[in-house]
Design a binder for this molecule. Sequence first.
Ligand code: SAM
Length: 329
Amino acid sequence: MTQLVDNFQRVVRYVRISVTDRCDFRCVYCMSEDMTFLPREQVLTLEELALVARAFTELGVEKIRLTGGEPLVRRGIEDLVDDIGRLEGLRDFAMTTNGAGLGKHARRLRQGGLQRLNISIDSLDEARFRKLTRTGKLHKVIEGIHAAKEAGFERIKLNAVILKGRNDDEILPLVDFARHEGVDISFIEEMPLGDVSDHSRDETYCSSDDVQSVIESRYQLLPTTETTLGPSRYFRMLDSETRVGFISPHSHNFCSTCNRVRVTVEGRLLLCLGNEHSVDLREVLRRYPGDIEALKSRIIGAMGLKPEKHHFTTDGDVQVVRFMNMTGG
Ligand code: SAM
């Protein structure tokens, strides 16, 4: 089988696909309050998305994550999950979601073959949660986490972005919540994507090492080499099954082991989250409808463009003007 290998001998085995730029939340570090969303014809159709997923698995990709925007607001998402869930060669099929729609969708997604869920949650205080997400309701997300567990999802992982002065006093409560729920949790450093007017990123930056010291003031963390093929570095706890992960794009650069590419909601194959190198898959999809070989050859040709690393800094500069909802977080 042809594999996807870049100029630095990294093999691409993991694709993150953004299925919509729309979201029912407006998280302050992710979007501006008055976002303009794409007209429907610019967004890949469900059939196009399914073909993209198939092309990648035929090229050795073993893990697919659906993201957005909020994947659960995309109409027909269950059908897409059914299609991707049937693909041969896929070892890990995951979704990142804000969780608010899981009460409605979890069971059907699990039946369709979705294996894992990452659920974003940055605060356990209803009023603060509302402030950080601008529109979100915490209790809906908690209901969603419970629905996911009931539907049989295992190793559910919570994702929390910690901002100094905003939610850094919730690091331990979030860890305790994860332990109580029997789920994993990863802490993410905020990335300089999109121009957010809500806060100045140099003031809110909170490194993974800072977060880790807070956790270690109460719990011992045991380093592991466990991986879910993503950038998280995992630690085990002595007295719980909960794993604590850190995603540290600033402080622990993980580019040398990068095995990932992303497909944006417009069908741009993005070779690096922190750079603009990309090729247009939508153009091939629409010029040669249904032609998987044409699509695969465009994907193979793109590998030479994957840059060695990203160059994020924490000085408050916007380094990539794309908002995270376009790219797929
Ligand atoms: N709507 C879904 C959700 O809430 O998880 C999926 C999309 S969201 C863009 C995916 C993840 O990216 C979330 O965990 C979110 O917290 C994170 N994220 C968004 N903007 C970010 C930024 N500027 N830096 C770090 N993480 C960010």
